[in-house]
Design a protein around this ligand. Structure first.
Ligand code: INI
Length: 158
């Protein structure tokens, strides 16, 4: 019996162009996510000059900037980085929900992978765990997902 043909993206940065859009809100966490994403890009063989980083005020502003970058046609993938901490107000639901919805929309509307590297957590401790500098950095994971999707999208259209 013949096996099905399986397509899977490779996590390789050389030859790719990626944009990162990162929120400044909760920068004590987002800075670590950005460090992780940049380190993953360099480790996977990406030249520093082929990685663009754009900053926005907060997670709520990530979708519009991600969409603009995706629409430019210059990037194979966009990575959105941010951190929303629940706190005591319903603000959390609006910011995190609209951010997730907007990023997914930007991806579906443009056909460019937009990666959700936004922490949505209950506490600062949970955020710190996910932005660790050693293992489990969600920024690095987001970059790896971006590279895998960029590669997969290229093979799906060839
Ligand atoms: N933005 C975040 O990125 N994280 C948060 O936790 C947050 N909280 O809690 O309010 C937050 N708010 C700002 C928001 O993203 C917008 O920048 C602001 O509302 C202006 O549109």
């Amino acid at each position: 019996m013949s096996a099905p043909r399986v397509l899977e993206g490779e996590i390789v940065a050389r030859g790719r162009k990626v944009a990162v859009v990162a929120a400044r809100f909760n920068d004590f966490i987002v800075a670590s996510l950005l460090k992780g994403a940049t380190a993953a890009w360099l480790e996977r063989g990406g030249p520093a000059e082929d990685l663009l980083v754009a900053r926005v005020p907060g997670a709520f502003e990530l979708p519009v900037a991600a969409r603009r970058l995706a629409l430019s046609g210059r990037y194979d993938a966009v990575v959105a980085l941010g951190c929303v901490i629940r706190g005591d107000t319903p603000h959390f639901e609006y910011v995190s929900g609209e951010c997730a919805r907007g990023l997914q929309l930007a991806s579906l509307e443009t056909g460019v992978p937009v990666i959700f590297g936004v922490l949505t957590v209950e506490t600062v401790e949970q955020a710190l765990e996910r932005a660790a500098t050693t293992a489990g950095n969600k920024g690095a994971e987001a970059m790896e997902a971006a590279l895998e999707m960029a590669s997969l999208m290229a093979s799906l259209s060839s």
